[in-house]
Every structure is written in C-alpha cells, then in structure tokens.
Design a protein around this ligand. Structure first.
Ligand code: ATP
Ligand code: MG
Length: 415
C-alpha cells in the first residue's frame, strides 16, 4: 500500500523522462514560432470556476473532479486548463495587452475517471489559448500549430476532424430536433445518456457505448442547423485551413465534452490508439469569459494529452533520441588522486561538461566498469604518477585508445 502509487497515476522514471523533455522542448519551440507565450496557473482553483466554466451538466463536473473543503472554501484540482487560464486572463487584465493574447501551457490535470490505456486520473496536457478575436483565422492557426507539432513529432496516423457546434442560439433549435429524433430510441440508451437526454442531448452523439453509437446513426447534424453567422464562420474556417494547406474531415460527431464550446470544435484522432483515440481536442468558447463574470472576450484553444501523444509515438515506432552519457569519468587512485580529481571535476562541470566520479570507493576495475555503464565518452585516470608527471591518462571509451594529456589541456581534449 505505502509503496503503491494511487490508482490511475503513473511515475515518470529517470530512465524515460528524456521522452517528456523531448516533446516538451518541441512543443515550447513550436509555440515560440507561432508567437505564443507560456502561462502558469495553480494546480487548484475555486470549485465554482469549473462548475460555472466547464458546466454543471458535464461529466467532468458531475463525477470527475477532485474537490475538497478547506477553511470553508471548496477547492478543486484542475481537471482542465482553459477555465483557469481564462480566469487568470480576466483577473490580471491580460486583455489590456496586445490583442489577441496568445498563451500556451504544459500542465498536470486531475480527473476521477476509470483508469485504462490512455486514461489516467493524474495526466498531463499541452494547451494553447487565443483570446480577443472572433476571426476564424485564430481557430485555423491553433489547428495549424497542433498539426505542425504532431507532424514534427513524426506522427502520421492522425486525422483532423472538424465540426461546428453552433452558438447558444442555433444550438437550442438543434437540441430540439435531436431530442425528437432520439425520443423513440430513448429506452435503448445507456444510463448516462438517458440522463444526458434532458440535460445535454448533444453529448449523446459522443457516447462511446456501442448501443448509443447505433442509436445516433443517421441523427440530424448540427452543421445543417447553423445560423447564418455560424455557417459563415465554419466556411471561413475551412477556407483558412485550405489556405494553410491543412487536411481535415468534416465530422458532425465531434461535439466535445465541455459546455463552454461554441462554433469550432475539432479533434486530432489517432488510428494507433484504441478507444481513447483523441490525442488533441479543442474549440472556440466565445462566452466563457462572460460566464465567469469577466468582459466579453472570445477565445479558442486546444488541449493535447501528453501521455496519449507518447503512446501514439511509441505505437508508431517513433524513436526519441536517448540522452548522451557523461562527457568524462574521472577514475582515481589514492588520496592525492582523489583530491586532484575532485578539483578537476568541479572545474570541468563549471565549464558545462557532464563529469562523473565514483563516490563508493570502488577499485580501478570497478571505476572503469562504472564509467562504461554511465556511457562516458572518456575516462580520465589520476594517481600519484600522473600527478608527478603533470599529465593524466585519458582513455577514449569508444576506441579504447589511451594517451597522456597535460592537466591544463584536458578540458580542450574532451570538449
Ligand atoms: P476523452 O474523449 O478521452 O474523454 P476529453 O474530451 O475528456 O477526452 P479534453 O477535456 O478535451 O478531453 O482534454 C484534451 C486531451 O487531454 C484529450 O484529447 C486527451 O488527449 C487528454 N485527456 C483527457 N482526459 C484524459 C485522461 N483521463 N487521461 C489521459 N489523457 C486525457
Ligand atoms: Mg473525457
């Protein structure tokens, strides 16, 4: 028990953390190229932020949040990134800066869900948000950012699905039509969807259960009920994606699980993942800021699951370069050798080199073995003779070649 992590959580071990660094560095650099700046918000927020922001009828708020009470306040571990970033934008008046505001984040999220492949209770997301513009160019640009990032990660088996879920005006009309269509099939729906039928019928389109997928076959499509403004916006989005050279498929089934979405909804779906096949999902949320009591500031963004990204890369056989070993290992004999070695080690580390030395009193053979295991490129041997000569013996590990190098030239030699 004490040595088991909670269900649905996962350690990232030192031997695999380089994979995280690789995708994190790449995502940061992609955001830099697109002009997005990083924003960091706390791991927890007032519960009300998610209730209002994400929406009372959503799965997240109804059953997936980690919520507790402290000092008479209800707090919740962040289940998603958008509501907190909108909160921070309003609170810090970021809308007074150059518009649109373009932000990205690299965060942990927490949802009490049934753990399975690609679904954890503590997981991680990259995300981006653009605030302050209604123009579909912003939607197209974040989609391009996601596409370019996935492409740069070498992922080929991912398809972009786009949809419009309209605005509160045309969606109401559509909900009615959808409910009429589903009414005769109501008894066959899963329990969750029976509940959704009244509260949030559009979510039924997104249900993973086979009976419900069957029930929604041939259902009326939101894109056929869009008001003029929403239809125009959806056409603009497609024109901008075409101009950017991005391939997509219009998929009326993409509805997204969060209440705040309007107009654009999209997902990057991997053919390499099983049931949890959405690597990245996002959309527009024109009323979220107002819903939270802020000024009317439109927004659009996405969240990209880092664990799912890494699974997709692994399933696709994409190899992430492993980190290099130590630049040099200093092997020493005797007390004088140790002293000289420690001084040299510190000096070389200050010069930016990765230097290792044994601190478990191994003999010479053991030290060489350790140098090998640490992937060291050179092993520098220092003992009484070397100190007397003013030269260390330096072994190039790849070739086993050995040569004497004056102490003051070691840095240049191994660099
Ligand atoms: P799903 O369809 O898998 O339930 P979602 O619609 O709940 O996803 P979002 O809230 O849009 O997902 O989150 C964005 C991304 O975060 C998802 O596309 C997915 O890659 C990842 N993600 C969501 N929930 C989890 C989870 N429990 N474990 C791991 N990754 C997740
Ligand atoms: Mg979900």
């Amino acid at each position: 028990m004490l040595t088991n992590a909670p269900k649905g959580t996962k350690d990232t071990l030192p031997r695999e953390v380089y994979k995280w660094h690789f995708v994190e560095d790449a995502f940061r650099d992609m955001c830099r190229r697109y002009g997005f700046k990083e924003i960091r918000t706390p791991e927890f927020e007032h519960t009300e932020l998610f209730k209002r922001g994400v929406g009372d009828t959503t799965d997240i708020v109804q059953k997936e949040m980690y919520t507790w009470e402290q000092a008479k306040r209800s707090l919740t571990l962040r289940p998603e990134g958008t509501a907190p970033v909108v909160r921070a934008m309003v609170e810090n008046k970021l809308y007074a800066d150059v518009q649109p505001g373009k932000y990205f984040y690299d965060i942990s999220c927490f949802r009490y869900e049934k753990p399975q492949a690609g679904r954890l209770r503590a997981f991680h997301q990259f995300g981006v948000e653009v605030f302050g513009t209604n123009d579909m160019m912003a939607d197209a640009e974040i989609i391009a950012l996601g596409a370019d990032f996935l492409d740069e990660m070498g992922i080929k088996d991912v398809k972009l699905h786009i949809n419009s879920i309209g605005c509160p005006k045309c969606r109401e009309e559509y909900k009615k039509v959808l409910k009429e269509f589903l009414a005769p099939k109501y008894d066959g729906l899963c329990d969750t969807c029976k509940d959704r039928y009244e509260r949030n019928p559009i979510r039924i389109l997104d249900c993973k259960s086979p009976e419900d997928q069957k029930a929604v076959e041939g259902a009326p499509r939101m894109i056929d009920y869009l008001c003029d403004e929403c239809r125009g916006a959806f056409e603009d989005l497609q024109a901008d994606l075409d101009a950017l050279g991005i391939e997509y498929e219009v998929d009326p089934g993409i509805v997204r699980g969060l209440d705040y979405y309007t107009k654009t909804a999209f997902e990057f779906i991997s053919t390499k993942l099983g049931a949890q096949n959405t690597v990245c999902g996002g959309g527009r949320y024109d009323h979220l800021s107002e819903t939270l009591g802020g000024p009317p500031i439109p927004g659009v963004g996405f969240g990209l699951g880092i664990e799912r990204l890494l699974i997709t890369m692994e399933e696709s056989g994409i190899e992430i370069p492993e980190p290099e070993g130590a630049d040099a290992f200093i092997a020493f004999i005797g007390d004088a050798g140790k002293k000289k070695g420690l001084g040299l080690m510190r000096q070389l580390r200050k010069e930016g080199l990765h230097i290792e030395m044994d601190d478990m009193a191994r003999n010479m053979k053991g030290q060489f073995k350790l140098a090998d295991r640490l992937g060291s490129k050179y092993t520098i041997v220092i003992g009484d003779d070397e100190i007397a000569n003013g030269k260390a013996v330096v072994k190039t590990m790849a070739t086993s070649e050995q040569q004497e190098v004056p102490f003051e030239e070691i840095e240049a030699f191994i660099k």
